[in-house]
Design a protein around this ligand. Structure first.
Ligand SMILES: C=C(O[C@@H]1C=C(C(=O)O)C=C[C@H]1O)C(=O)O
Length: 187
């Protein structure tokens, strides 16, 4: 019976966390959402005072759908890294990354202690790193990712666009989710 309930919950979670292959009707956010290059680099070229502002770096349990994307057990702790990419005092992007401990070795050992260095610098500097196709989601205010992304915003938009993909290096995988904030539209 317990397994049946877990399967139903996972399926329900799966339905609730519908991520799309295309950011339909994403309007002014579209070009930011679909660009496959390093978001950090793109922002560094446009922002006058680009910084990475760590908000939370701690061991935490991934969401059910995140754990299944990474092929880790849901109850297993992973390193959660949440940052804002900012221009001066303007938040541009909220990034939520799940780094399974087993992935933090070899070339990715340093990801444990990135601090305010951008994750993308490591990911995009290694030609052996692969990236799964981007998936997109329009977040509404009741969704956990919306609430995490807007927790530090004075003015909260009605909806937000997010994207996510898995970066792969050999057997290591990390899930990177980016929520695009209104401040990015000024760039
Ligand atoms: C994946 C990238 O790294 C960016 C920087 C992140 C960080 O420092 O935690 C997280 C996600 C990205 O917005 C990128 O630059 O494309």
């Amino acid at each position: 019976m317990k397994i049946q309930l877990q399967l139903q919950k996972a399926s329900h979670q799966g339905r609730r966390s519908q991520w799309l292959k295309n950011p339909i009707n994403s309007g002014v956010y579209r070009n930011w959402l679909i660009d496959k290059g390093s978001l950090t680099l793109r922002l560094q070229l446009r922002a006058k005072d680009f910084k990475v502002k760590p908000l939370k770096v701690e061991n935490a349990k991934p969401q059910i759908d995140e754990a299944s994307l990474l092929g880790v057990a849901q109850h297993q702790l992973a390193l959660l890294r949440e940052v804002q990419l900012i221009d001066g005092a303007t938040p541009l992007v909220f990034a939520h990354s799940i780094l399974p401990h087993r992935s933090l070795s070899g070339a990715w050992l340093g990801l444990r202690r990135l601090g305010n260095k951008p994750l993308g610098a490591t990911l995009f500097s290694n030609p052996k790193v692969k990236r799964t196709p981007l998936m997109f989601k329009k977040l509404a205010c009741h969704q956990p990712l919306y609430q995490r992304a807007t927790a530090h915003l004075e003015i909260k938009p009605i909806t937000l666009w997010a994207r996510r993909s898995v970066f792969i290096l050999g057997n290591a995988q990390i899930l990177v989710t980016e929520v695009f904030l209104p401040g990015i539209l000024a760039l």
